[in-house]
Design a protein around this ligand. Structure first.
Ligand SMILES: O=P(O)(O)OC[C@H]1O[C@H](OP(=O)(O)OP(=O)(O)O)[C@H](O)[C@@H]1O
Ligand SMILES: Nc1nc2[nH]cnc2c(=O)[nH]1
Length: 185
């Protein structure tokens, strides 16, 4: 569903800030240290899930002070909506995953269907190891696979529709510097 710029502007102004940029920075640094312990000597291939993973991926990788390669995939199941449907693969990795230590990076684990399907697909590609990192995990009991967690989670968010730091509201507001929840959603 399309949206006007005025509506987007109002959504941002009326939203509740869940996490500030400073809090996000600290949480990403803490997760980067854990990833460093696990992957610093493994020449990992970091796969950013577009579009939402863009900001988190960039910020995280600049905190990983060891050699790594990066690539991206584009998979989406929400489009311009605030509820998800079937996962659509738009771009596959350009690198071969065979024998690589792969770290998948995404913005949000909500129901977890996106991440679950990406990981299932990569498991069949003879990877040396497979890890995943998310900026936020949404707290509710509707996970696609009950109890499913990312290997690395920076922050939790309540069961509301959130935007900012890469996450969109109808294609907008990915550029918001904190994480916000839409009023009433
Ligand atoms: O855990 P799930 O319920 O599957 O939802 C999580 C996914 O939803 C968002 O992607 P979206 O489909 O909105 O595409 P985008 O990355 O382009 O925003 C987000 O970036 C995650 O990839
Ligand atoms: N922007 C955004 N994308 C999502 N994908 C799944 N849940 C969410 C959410 O709360 N916000």
């Amino acid at each position: 569903m399309s949206v006007t710029v005025a509506e987007v502007d109002a959504i941002w102004r009326e939203a509740d800030c869940i996490w500030t940029e400073q809090q996000i920075d600290r949480a990403i640094e803490a997760v980067a240290q854990k990833i460093e312990v696990d992957l610093a000597d493994k020449n990992p291939l970091v796969l950013v899930v577009m579009k939402g993973g863009l900001m988190f991926g960039a910020r995280l990788m600049m905190s990983l002070r060891f050699p790594l390669e990066m690539d991206y995939i584009h998979a989406t199941r929400y489009g311009m909506e605030t509820s998800g449907s079937e996962l659509l693969w738009k771009v596959l990795p350009q690198h071969s995953l065979e024998g690589r230590h792969v770290l998948v990076v995404d913005d949000i684990l909500d129901e977890g269907q996106t991440l679950h399907k990406i990981l299932e697909s990569f498991k069949t590609q003879s990877v040396a190891s497979l890890h995943c990192a998310v900026l936020v995990d949404k707290v509710h009991d509707r996970k696609y696979e009950p109890g499913f967690k990312a290997d690395y989670t920076c922050l939790e968010v309540p069961d509301r529709f959130v935007f900012g730091y890469g996450m969109d509201y109808k294609g907008y507001l990915r550029n918001a510097d904190g994480i916000y929840a839409v009023k009433g959603l």
